[in-house]
Ligand binder design. Structure first.
Ligand code: SAM
Length: 484
């Protein structure tokens, strides 16, 4: 069975790419010997399957990168993934779920080192002058010499679109009537100095780039690998942000818009932290636990009932749970907590995560024998320290231990989080705690101003004071011991 027939059996009656068009793109892929293909706009994933199947030919190492909006992930899963899964083609495709437009990702691809390169680009997205005109200018730079761009829906216009009926009538006629993909081809593509030829078959337009292919496969493979990591992270975040209700769909549109936190349940300051977790990971969120905490876990120190305060996307809570702790992560940001829950589920780890302010830890109604504070304490204002430490003292059992890591004053510069000196840590924990140890260590970071990817830090071991016996009893026992 040919690749087109194999796919059409699975995708069935779904529209968006006819079998006839599937044969056209398949022939093109084979004629070009295309190895790396880029698709803009996968919608339900029908065209994605046809392209991936064509790239899956015997012995081929073809790969498709496909970009659409995060709204395709409505229930945490997209139709494209189900279809590819049924065809056993998930590994052939790297999928990016974007918030606003594929053009945002294209900008990121252009900046990626090594920069990805494609032999064929299939554009079946917005079909508008402003989105696809810009998309062309971007993808042309990602296109290999001799590569081809395909523009679908050459005849599409707002005036003919059923989707736009009811509101497109309000548009200026000069924007409503024309076929905008055709406009892009006529005005931007055909006259472009690096486009050798632009032609069409009535439904699709094609543009071939000047030059002959020179495939630097090592560089391409490295770029593929990097994109896969980026896409996985983006998906995880998109699922979490949607689950946390931080984004919604505009009316009739598929783009996502931030939702202002509702008064109910919203904690002061949460929105600011949420914003750090939306989209690209913040610099401290390195996708792995900090080495100093890994060492503690391996020494069996992260055991028992454990709280990870300001847990972020949950790496340390998960680490502790993986080492047997009954671990709970607490963070003020619903988005961070949703990401943490997604990660724990992906890794089959049974850790708990709750949205709660570290300034009201009492609300948890639990106590712990171990606490982790990884980079959280310095993120507080100085006037919040007292409240945090008082609450922490109430939830950490007497004799329990807090492991605190933070950037140290030995780290030069003033980028990123506040640095603390040894003396500042000792002073903060002078009452009700005993600072047992403060040792230098490194904190890993993705901060652009930390070129080595790590910074000077401290790991402090701070023990909660034993409960003080009630006065009367203490005196009595003191007398008893003296009298012996
Ligand atoms: C620098 S990040 C550290 C995250 C994590 N511990 C790590 O090492 O990757 C500080 C975290 O504290 C959280 N946070 C800030 N204020 C908070 C508060 N009042 N209560 C709980 N979490 C808070 C932020 O949302 C953020 O995830």
């Amino acid at each position: 069975m040919g690749s087109v027939e194999r796919v059409s059996e699975i995708v069935g009656e779904r529209p968006f790419m006819s079998v006839e068009r599937a044969h056209v793109i398949t022939r093109l892929i084979h004629a070009l010997g295309a190895r790396d293909v880029l698709e803009l706009g996968f919608y339900e994933g029908v065209s994605t399957c046809y392209i991936a199947a064509a790239l899956d030919a015997d012995g081929s190492d073809g790969h498709l990168t496909s970009i659409d909006l995060a709204s395709r992930l409505r229930d945490g899963r997209a139709s494209v993934e189900d279809l590819l899964g049924k065809l056993g083609l998930l590994d052939r495709v790297t999928i990016f779920y974007e918030y606003s437009s594929y053009n945002w990702r294209l900008g990121r691809l252009l900046a990626r080192e090594p920069r990805p390169e494609f032999d064929l680009v299939y554009i079946d997205g917005a079909h508008t002058w402003d989105t696809d005109g810009f998309a062309f200018l971007l993808v042309e730079q990602l296109l290999a010499p001799g590569g081809v761009i395909v523009f679908s829906d050459l005849q599409w216009s707002f005036a003919k679109s059923r989707w736009a009926s009811g509101w497109s009538e309000l548009m200026p006629a000069e924007q409503r009537e024309p076929a905008q993909v055709r406009l892009v081809c006529d005005v931007l593509v055909a006259p472009h100095p690096r486009i050798a030829r632009c032609w069409d078959d009535g439904q699709w337009a094609y543009a071939r780039k000047i030059g002959t292919p020179d495939r630097a496969l090592d560089r391409r493979d490295a770029a593929r690998e990097a994109l896969r990591g980026d896409a996985e992270e983006l998906r995880r975040r998109a699922v979490a942000e949607l689950a946390a209700g931080r984004w919604s769909y505009g009316s009739g549109a598929t783009k996502l818009y931030p939702v202002p936190p509702s008064a109910e349940g919203a904690r002061p300051g949460a929105a600011r932290w949420d914003a750090r977790y939306v989209g690209e990971a913040p610099p401290w969120d390195i996708g792995a636990p900090q080495p100093a905490l890994v060492e503690l876990a391996e020494l069996g120190q992260l055991a028992g009932k454990l709280i990870d305060v300001g847990c972020g996307s949950g790496e340390h809570t998960i680490l502790a749970a993986q080492h047997g702790a009954d671990a709970i992560g607490v963070d003020i940001s619903p988005v961070a907590v949703a990401i943490a829950r997604t990660k724990a589920a992906e890794r089959s780890v049974s850790s708990r995560f709750v949205v709660n302010s570290a300034l009201s830890l009492d609300e948890l109604g639990e106590t712990f024998n171990v606490a982790i504070d990884s980079g959280f304490f310095p993120s507080l204002d100085e006037n919040e320290h007292e409240r945090y430490l008082a609450g922490l003292a109430r939830v950490v059992d007497p004799g329990g231990v807090l492991y605190l890591t933070c950037l140290s004053d030995k780290e030069p510069g003033d980028w990123g989080p506040r640095r603390l000196s040894r003396e500042q840590i000792e002073a903060a924990f002078a009452n009700g705690w005993s600072v047992e140890d403060i040792v230098p260590c490194k904190r890993r970071t993705n901060h652009p101003e930390a070129p080595t990817g790590e910074a000077e830090a401290w790991l402090a071991t701070i023990r909660r004071a034993q409960a003080v016996a009630p006065r009367g009893r203490k005196r009595a026992s003191a007398r008893t011991s003296r009298s012996r």
